[in-house]
Design a protein around this ligand. Structure first.
Ligand code: CA
Ligand code: CA
Length: 298
């Protein structure tokens, strides 16, 4: 099953008609546009010249059979294939640096031999990230540029190949959509973009009933993490920390004071992005902690 990048949404909502339907446990490929909807094709183009009604397209939504409100959708990221070039921009009043910029700039970044060619001096190994990935909320419509409890524009650089993302199911069928790939990005995403790029994402989607994980939740080979979005970095970081503490006590089986101390000694609070309508942080705990307590993720 493949969903083409011609089928996109700009807000996550239970009112979006599904563009495809699959059995629980199916493998699906999402073809995605870059966050500019493919509008930038040369370095002469500026953000101000874009059609802003077609920014942050997310491919989907996909209806997963058997996914019911209250479930958790397990999304195993099996593969991400990237286009042959990405785009970066910066502009006055955008992001952390925008206050000191007087002009916009656009940069085309070729992808060659598994590396993003930043300039003649710097090459970065690609580390593909899904910037926008989420399910429909129970009601209303959340723009694809906004992160939240449903996932969305989290811009978390750990959401890559080999990771498993757990998202809430609030609408029948979950209505999964994704887009906004980055070939590589840094924590913070300070000028409001990574290496923005089109591509194809292959995932396995499984609805889990009675799953107690605090979504959005992510597991990689080396760590598991709560992801929280909020008005400030402080509030997002605190929420991610508190939700991880609850997981360590209720699911992993740690004593409550040790759970807090563990987060202080081995947990890492990290900034995912600090430039979107809500900012996003994560609390990472080494997978070795789960192994020490015999805890297995669902
Ligand atoms: Ca983004
Ligand atoms: Ca982006």
């Amino acid at each position: 099953m493949e969903i083409s990048s011609g089928q996109v949404i700009y807000a996550m909502s239970p009112d979006n008609p599904p563009v495809a339907q699959v059995e629980n446990g199916a493998t699906v490929c999402f073809e995605t546009l870059d966050c500019f909807g493919g509008q930038i094709t040369c370095p002469d183009q500026r953000l101000g010249g874009l059609d802003w009604d077609h920014i942050n397209p997310a491919t989907g939504p996909l209806y997963i059979e058997g996914a019911r409100p209250g479930d958790v959708l397990k999304v195993e990221i099996l593969d991400i294939a990237l286009a042959d070039h990405g785009v970066m921009t910066d502009a006055p009043n955008e992001g952390v640096i925008g206050a000191v910029l007087t002009q916009e700039s656009t940069k085309i970044i070729p992808i060659q031999n598994g590396q993003a060619v930043f300039n003649e001096r710097l090459f970065f190994p690609i580390q593909p990230v899904i910037g926008v990935i989420g399910t429909a909320p129970a009601a209303g419509a959340i723009p694809t540029g906004t992160p939240g409890a449903h996932g969305g524009n989290m811009d978390c650089k750990r959401i890559g190949v080999g990771a498993t993302l757990y998202l809430p199911v609030a609408a029948e069928g979950a209505l999964l959509a994704m887009g906004d790939l980055h070939a590589v990005m840094g924590d913070g995403e300070v000028v409001v973009c990574g290496v923005e790029i089109a591509g194809r994402v292959t995932v396995r989607v499984t609805a889990l009933h009675d799953c107690p994980l605090p979504t959005p939740f992510l597991a990689t080979e080396i760590a598991f993490m709560t992801i929280s979005s909020g008005d400030t970095l402080e509030s997002a970081a605190a929420d991610a920390t508190l939700r991880m503490r609850t997981l360590l006590i209720d699911q992993v089986g740690m004593e409550e004071h040790e759970a807090g101390m563990l987060l202080s000694v081995a947990g890492d609070v990290r900034v995912c992005q600090m430039v979107d309508p809500q900012v996003t942080c994560r609390m990472e705990v080494p997978m070795a902690v789960a192994a020490a307590y015999g805890y297995r993720l669902p």
